[in-house]
Design a protein around this ligand. Structure first.
Ligand code: SF4
Length: 707
């Protein structure tokens, strides 16, 4: 049985052997697209979650403060009646739906449809709001669509690769580092733009260790320098774009001297980077969460796209301004309508034509579709308030009590809700807030499709019966829909049945899957959208002849750097930046249960530059005390000379991290600014526990840090 790893958006293919409805083995799937069967440690152990003893298998209802096991019908009745009561008392928007970025496309589609038709609420969003929304918004503004434009295999044809704020060794350990090694072997150059170095960075790479929060200043400065050195691709700019003159004027003041002062990148390095980038036709940009998870996240990505457009680095071969989607189905999650501003197939909920098409295909009146609602953090912030507040929440596979910013506030917000229903394969700190817990399925227990980092739709087959007594997530959604009075719109039992409706709904839309059949997805190793008919080969490379805007032209958009709302000061002089370690994934609710992964990264470790550690008097045998504007925590630490001295790093897989991070949001994407939190450092008092939360790992040396 072939499927794909359930963790990151590379979606490495894997093959599972099954006997007596149990997974017995994982074997290499050599024909898997892009990765050819290679896996990182998380992928090799992913199947161990399926039969894990911690699995939730029986529905639970909270009674008299405790959780009681009940039957499926009773649990679904209680879940639905709570939402109906709240809707009758406070209106449809008093119920909200939050979902995760690992769900199959089919479940994403059903969740969005359930929110609009069954709940009738505007307030539905997903945790991709924490991940990809800045890149998605900027790409729609600049190019007219939200997808990686150039397949990763095109790195083989690139002469220069610019990696911006992406720790490839921890976040994308398969395929991409190998492709970069090929670029270096051929004499190409890798330019890394990040306050923190990591294992994939090579001595011969050009590393611009910019001051955190200054990405837009740097890219404006690089564009100014490209213009100054006469390296603009005038033919491309004239034929394929609009707005260059305005952007050229806007970047005029970002001189190398100014960039050096603001970004702390030497003038000659700025000039050299601009010369390398502007001096080749074959350059691929890979941008990750570094520039994106900031209050200026959209502006930062637009500054990158302006540079790529000026140099004509789009449309392949060996050219592309590529976003690196993070979660398993972060791409499909923002195509199929589980966002508050979106309808299926990349359609917009505030576009009358798009509303008309979707309503027709669903067989309902367009007026029945709600308008744009609140985003993830805004839904939580509205919890329990009076008029206009959120009282009921359906959550499916999202762990807000670890992943959202300002966690102490999140836990208060969750506690303020009247009725919380959670679908998840495992208990979590978030399910502690649930009134009803419905056991969910793992990746190997349901068939469906995933859209990979490249926009390639791949098929995941079902290996075993759901551990939740054979009840699948699709069964749960159908059961809720029936009880909420719209069962006729949810007559689905299997992923492929949902996929058939999705194909029909997507026809002619911005994200067109119509030509993809269930069989083609397996026979052809996946297909990239748009794929409008069954003879169409799919579209791995976007924007070869035209962009997705109606006039076919890309847009230059002037960028004014956005200062952080809470900047470093004498009181909090260091910037906390957050991210992943290789062995864990997101809130760790799956990977931390797998001993092989837990041994590699058993707890949070703060990384601090050795000079900073010495200056703050940190003791190697004691935790560090870290203080943000929100709270103070004690955490194990390790010296890392590959960080800027003014920057510290903490992985976000444990709650201690997001207790420190405030809920400041980008004005367009509403992404939280996870990458910039001013903090103070000091040694923990001698009585402090080794860590504030989670496991208490022994302090570890630099060589043990997984990054
Ligand atoms: Fe591949 Fe990502 Fe899974 Fe690792 S976590 S095996 S890189 S899909």
């Amino acid at each position: 049985m072939t499927t794909h790893c359930p963790y990151c958006a590379l979606n490495c293919g894997l093959r599972l052997t099954v006997a007596n409805d149990r997974i017995t083995e994982r074997v290499r799937w050599k024909q898997a697209p892009l990765t050819g069967g290679a896996l990182c440690s998380k992928g090799t152990t992913a199947h161990l979650q399926v039969h894990h003893p911690d699995r939730l298998t029986t529905p639970l209802i909270r009674r008299n403060g405790g959780l009681t096991e009940v039957g499926w019908d009773e649990a679904l009745d209680v879940a639905a009646s709570g939402f109906l009561r709240i809707r009758a008392e406070s209106g449809a928007d008093a119920n909200a739906v939050l979902s995760g970025g690992s769900l199959t496309n089919e479940k994403v589609y059903l969740i969005g449809k359930l929110a609009r038709l069954a709940f009738g609420t505007r307030n539905v969003d997903y945790n991709g709001r924490f991940c990809m929304t800045s890149a998605g918004a900027a790409n729609r503004l600049a190019f007219g669509a939200d997808r990686m434009m150039t397949p990763l295999a095109e790195l083989d044809n690139a002469e220069v690769v610019v990696v911006v704020g992406a720790n490839l060794s921890a976040a994308f350990p398969v395929a991409i580092p190998k492709l970069l090694a090929g670029v270096r072997r051929r004499g190409g150059r890798v330019i890394v733009i990040d306050p923190r170095s990591s294992r994939f960075v090579n001595d011969n790479d050009l590393h611009l260790a910019l001051r955190p929060g200054t990405d837009a200043d740097l890219f404006n400065g690089l564009l100014r320098e490209v213009i100054d050195q006469g390296l603009v691709n005038r033919g491309f700019v004239d034929d394929r774009t609009a707005g260059f003159a305005e952007v050229a004027a806007a970047v005029e003041r970002f001189t190398p001297a100014r960039v050096a002062a603001v970004c702390d990148v030497p003038e000659d390095v700025v000039r050299e980077a601009a010369r390398l980038i502007g001096g080749t036709e074959r350059c691929i940009y890979l941008h990750g969460r570094g520039p994106e998870q900031q209050v200026g996240g959209v502006a930062n990505v637009l500054a990158i796209t302006n540079l790529g457009l000026a140099c004509g680095h789009v449309g392949g071969p060996g050219r592309g301004v590529n976003m690196l989607t993070g979660q398993r189905n972060g791409q499909g999650g923002r195509e199929w309508g589980q966002r508050c501003d979106q309808l299926p197939a990349g359609r917009r909920i505030d576009d009358p034509d798009h509303r008309q098409v979707v309503a027709e295909r669903w067989g309902v009146d367009p007026d029945r579709l709600p308008d744009v609602g609140k985003t993830y953090v805004e839904i939580l912030q509205a919890a329990g308030r009076g008029p206009g507040g959120i009282r009921g929440l359906l959550s499916i596979c999202t762990n807000m009590s670890v992943s959202a910013p300002d966690l102490d506030a999140v836990n208060r917000q969750m506690a303020a809700l009247d009725h919380v229903v959670m679908i998840d394969p495992f208990p979590s700190v978030s399910t502690d807030h649930a009134d009803v817990i419905l056991p969910g399925t793992t990746f190997a227990e349901e068939e469906g499709t995933i859209t990979t980092i490249e926009g390639r739709v791949v098929r995941c087959d079902q290996a075993v019966t759901p551990g939740s007594a054979g009840v699948s997530d699709i069964d749960l959604i159908r059961g809720l829909a029936e009880r909420l009075g719209v069962g006729e719109h949810f007559l689905f039992h299997r992923g492929r049945e949902v996929f058939e409706e999705m194909r029909r709904v997507s026809a002619g839309g911005p994200v067109d899957y119509h030509g993809m059949t269930w069989e083609r997805l397996r026979d052809e190793g996946g297909l990239c959208w748009p794929c409008p008919d069954v003879d169409h080969p799919g579209t791995p490379q976007l924007y070869v002849d035209r962009f997705a805007h109606a006039d076919g032209r890309a847009r230059f958009i002037p960028v004014e750097p956005t200062p952080p709302p809470d900047a470093v000061s004498d009181k909090r002089p260091y910037v906390l930046t957050t991210g992943r370690v290789l062995a864990q994934f997101l809130s760790g609710n799956q990977t931390m249960r797998i001993p092989e992964q837990d041994r590699l990264a058993p707890g949070p470790i703060l990384e601090v530059h050795p000079e900073t550690a010495a200056g703050c008097g940190l003791d190697p045998d004691r935790p560090a005390r870290i203080t943000s504007a929100l709270t103070t925590a004690e955490v194990a630490w390790v010296a890392n000379p590959d960080l800027r001295p003014d920057t510290v790093f903490l992985p976000y897989h444990w709650p201690v991290c997001n207790r420190l991070v405030a809920a400041h949001l980008d004005p367009i994407s509403r992404i939280p600014g996870f990458k910039y939190t001013p903090v103070a450092l000091a040694p923990a008092p001698v009585t402090a526990a080794p860590t504030a939360e989670g496991h208490a790992p022994a302090l570890r040396k630099k060589a043990d840090v997984r990054s």
